[in-house]
Design a binder for this molecule. Structure first.
Ligand code: DGT
Ligand code: CA
Ligand code: ZN
Length: 570
């Protein structure tokens, strides 16, 4: 689908035009870009069916922009975009991806200090040249350095949901020659971000497997190519590593390359204490004879441990628990009975309530909660009280029409600056589920932000705290929250803390989930889907739930509809 590509061209055009102080046009390009991003239909299909006229029916797309879309679909390029880009030094538009640096400020830095790229920007900020400019104070310089930090972190690691399909494609290609292929490393442990892709294969003819690996269409260059291992750089600049091992070492190799490093170091200590040697080739006794290694289960068993699921292997207590046979039975995606935070066309989603419900049914769910934005969320088309009442009515109609799936009417209600909510209690009590989230004023002192969240979830109609820390990879750090206090309050008020599975959020993150579960607070794993396709992100949220030691009963949306309704009554 070309939609994202086209939208990002228009977003960038808007930024460049704004840097050049052009009026109106940036707003128009952004509006069109947003609309294209939100389409559930492929722009190419729209164009093939209805030509330019159909393109012009997309909200925010006029004759001029429709022409540019047509040009892109026909030639793969937009001429005026190329020209705009050439009018700026290369690298300058990358500056705009640094959080907190808008087009106007970027242009000023370019004019005054000749800052042309991210490197120049960092140098200037560190040598305090920026705070000497008339419109930039010391605070602005500090903010740029913070923004740079977030930007760099975003460049070093890749989102789990982005890397996983790429790894799966490589796996599929290698399976043509190898006997077994597994994705290892942090991907197998379902970390929210990963540095690279680690793949392990079993074959008695390693060179055949390596040959396929280095000639994959997505390989940009080969970093290393040996008899049993190889590393490549992919088109998207990610690195992928492959190791090929014989079957008798498969379990030990899988254990080794799944990590984490800290977990492995602890296991090796246990092996040594038992006068054994653990390596990626197997477990060996003092005579050098292999005593385990074909399967992972065997490796753990030989060391006197119960099997440890990959998501737990972070050396945060799992080894102790495995020694005592005290590991939890982890939740799995099959336990999930519904999704409690989704959007529809009522606010900023791409699909209607009915379409979302049917997609949920198709996934085997018993219920789905449609929680559109509340009224102060203007940019996401938040619902007025009047529209919300209409929506309640529509949900009732959809429920009458559909069998085998129950639609719950909810809202994702903004938590305002003082911790009050965006709708009155009279409105809230008409809803099946109230999710509350912070969408503005993220930077407040720890005490204040904690008090704000605690106040919000103390409201008797609130059921779920959405993306509790509001972090956003590459854009925003998590809010500074006293997590212990928040978890206590959530438990006290019977409010579930969300694991938001949206790839750039993954919020709550694993360590906080573990803490919440230890203290007996409830978790809800939701996707925040803005289209039927995005319901698929559930598996990544489940990864985080497992990393947080959740078993089925810790997670609200494993409940049957009846159990859920009981919980919601409080
Ligand atoms: P990442 O790539 O930063 O997201 O995280 P990992 O865990 O995938 O780390 P990576 O790719 O450097 O290494 C993959 C696995 O290989 C790691 O999880 C455990 C193993 N490994 C790598 N280096 C060492 C090491 O020095 N000692 C031990 N015991 N294991 C290692
Ligand atoms: Ca890795
Ligand atoms: Zn949402």
């Amino acid at each position: 689908m070309k939609n994202t590509e086209i939208a990002s061209i228009f977003f960038e055009m808007a930024d460049i035009l704004e840097m050049q102080n052009v009026q109106w046009k940036p707003v128009a390009y952004r509006k069109a870009a947003r609309a294209i991003n939100e389409l559930s239909e492929d722009v190419f299909d729209i164009y093939s069916k209805g030509g330019l006229k159909a393109l012009e029916e997309i909200p925010g797309v006029g004759e001029n922009i429709a022409g540019k879309i047509e040009e892109f679909l026909k030639t793969g390029r937009v001429n005026s975009y190329g020209k705009l880009k050439k009018s700026l030094p290369s690298g300058l538009s990358a500056l705009l991806q640094v959080p907190g640096l808008g087009p106007k400020k970027a242009m000023m830095l370019y004019k005054e200090l000749k800052i042309k790229n991210v490197k120049d920007l960092e140098k200037a900020a560190l040598s305090h040249k920026i705070s000497k400019l008339p419109l930039f104070k010391q605070k602005a310089e500090e903010n740029i350095l913070k923004g740079l930090d977030i930007y760099k972190k975003g460049q070093e690691r890749v989102l789990l949901a982005y890397a996983m399909p790429i790894a799966e494609e490589i796996k599929k290609a290698l399976e043509k020659k190898a006997e077994k292929v597994v994705i290892a490393g942090s991907l197998r442990r379902m970390r929210d971000t990963v540095k690279d892709i680690d793949i392990l294969a079993v074959s008695s003819r390693p060179s055949d497997v390596i040959k396929i690996f280095v000639s994959l269409p997505s390989v940009k260059s080969v970093i290393a190519k040996g008899d049993t291992k190889s590393s490549v750089l992919l088109d998207n600049n990610m690195q992928a590593d492959l190791r090929v091992v014989p079957l008798k070492s498969f379990g030990a190799a899988m254990q080794y390359f799944t990590g984490s490093k800290d977990h492995n170091i602890e296991l090796r200590k246990i092996a040594i204490a038992k006068k054994l040697k653990l390596s990626e080739y197997g477990i060996f006794d003092s005579h050098g004879k292999q005593v385990a290694g074909k399967t992972e289960e065997e490796v753990y068993k030989k060391l006197g441990l119960s099997y440890i699921e990959p998501e737990l292997r972070e050396n945060t207590g799992e080894i102790q628990a495995a020694l005592q046979g005290m590991l939890p039975k982890l939740i799995s995606i099959a336990d999930i009975k519904g999704d409690l935070h989704c959007h529809s066309t009522y606010s900023d989603g791409n699909n209607t309530i009915e379409e979302m419900a049917l997609a949920a049914k198709k996934r085997g769910y018993s219920y789905i909660c449609i929680s559109d934005h509340s009224k102060s969320e203007y940019i996401a088309n938040g619902l007025s009280e009047e529209t919300l009442l209409k929506k309640i009515d529509e949900v009732r109609k959809v429920n009458k029409k559909l069998r085998g799936i129950r639609v719950l009417c909810g809202s994702e209600v903004n938590i305002l600056e003082d911790g009050s909510l965006d709708y009155s209690d009279d409105i809230l009590k008409k809803l099946d589920i109230v999710v509350v989230s912070v969408h503005s004023k993220f930077r407040m002192p720890r005490e204040e932000i904690t008090a704000r969240l605690v106040k919000a979830i103390s409201n008797p109609y609130v059921n779920i705290l959405g993306h509790p820390t509001s972090r956003h990879f590459g854009k925003r750090e998590e809010m500074d929250i006293d997590m212990n206090r928040l978890i206590e309050a959530a438990k006290e008020h019977n409010v579930a803390l969300e694991i938001n599975s949206s790839p750039a959020r993954m919020d709550l993150r694993d360590v906080y989930v573990k803490k919440a579960v230890e203290k007996g607070a409830k978790i809800s794993v939701n996707t925040d889907a803005h289209s039927v396709e995005e319901l698929k992100f559930m598996k990544f949220g489940i990864g985080t739930a497992r990393r947080g030691w959740c078993s089925r009963m810790d997670v609200l949306n494993t409940y049957s509809l009846n159990e859920l309704m009981k919980f919601l009554k409080k």
